[in-house]
Design a protein around this ligand. Structure first.
Ligand SMILES: [Zn+2]
Length: 263
């Protein structure tokens, strides 16, 4: 082994020489330094799936993102600890700003998928933002997060940290993690716990509203309904065929039309 460290290579983004234990490897073998990963706001788990050109494309959008962030005016702002959820309802966009971040990724409503709440590593509740479970969770009593949701007694009454994870449908960001550490282990009836769990509820509710307003989910919802209606219509025509009211040819025509098959 050499006493002199040999250069490993240079970062594909900033071109600086990468230092040992301070870089990641892209799908195509190129390197990116850890400070660029942070500046580009890409989840570390995704780096190994990206090519150099995808990473450089992300790099180009960061300056635009920063300008948009400075220009946009939030229609709603919610705070949790020192972090903020900013909602831009006119643009159907949002950002979550941790203290000191001057270029948070601006996400679309369409990016919102599902959530998970964890206390001390145990999942308390999770699901889609469209799920009924979330509705009942949000309607639950203040400070009664655990028992109200999963309907069983927890053996542990103290909590040292709580984390909300929002799963995203975004090429560079799959998860937004909002973690809060209590100074001391807190019990669930203490003011600090109630305050933070209420903030999480408020934020979850805002994500739910954005999710419901997103175009992608509306399209999925409509598409699902169209498919269900068409399937029911086909079943009715099949009944008419079986009853001898329409012919096989007439049935096939109706079925193909409903399935969107052109002859
Ligand atoms: Zn770099």
């Amino acid at each position: 082994m050499s006493l002199f460290s040999r250069p490993i290579g240079s970062c594909i983004n900033c071109r600086r020489e990468v230092k040992k234990n301070a870089f990641m490897v892209l799908k195509d073998g190129n390197y990116v330094c850890n400070s660029c990963v942070a500046a580009l706001d890409i989840d570390k788990e995704i780096i190994g799936f990206l090519t150099a050109s995808e990473l450089l494309a992300r790099s180009k959008t960061r300056e635009l993102n920063k300008r948009a962030f400075l220009k946009l005016c939030p229609t709603t702002t919610q705070t949790i600890d020192n972090a903020k959820l900013l909602v831009y309802d006119n643009e159907k966009a949002w950002a979550f700003v941790f203290p000191g971040d001057d270029n948070p990724t601006i996400f679309r409503y369409d990016d919102i998928q599902s959530f998970d709440i964890t206390e001390d590593g145990n999942s308390i509740t999770s699901g889609s933002f469209g799920s009924a479970a979330l509705g009942s969770f949000l309607a639950g009593n203040v400070g009664a997060i655990v028992g109200a949701v999963i309907g069983k007694k927890t053996t542990k009454n103290t909590v040292s940290w709580i984390r909300l994870t929002v799963n995203l449908n975004n090429k560079f960001r799959r998860q937004l993690k909002i973690r809060y550490d209590f100074n001391n282990e807190t019990t669930k009836d203490e003011a600090q716990y109630i305050k933070i769990s209420n903030s999480i509820r408020t934020i979850l509710n805002t994500f739910k509203i954005m999710y419901e307003k997103s175009n992608a989910n509306q399209k999925t919802y409509l598409q699902d309904n169209i498919e269900v209606n068409n399937a029911e219509a086909i079943r009715k025509y099949k009944q008419l065929l079986d009853d001898g009211i329409i012919s096989q040819i007439e049935f096939e025509e109706k079925k193909n039309a409903l399935l969107g098959i052109s002859l």
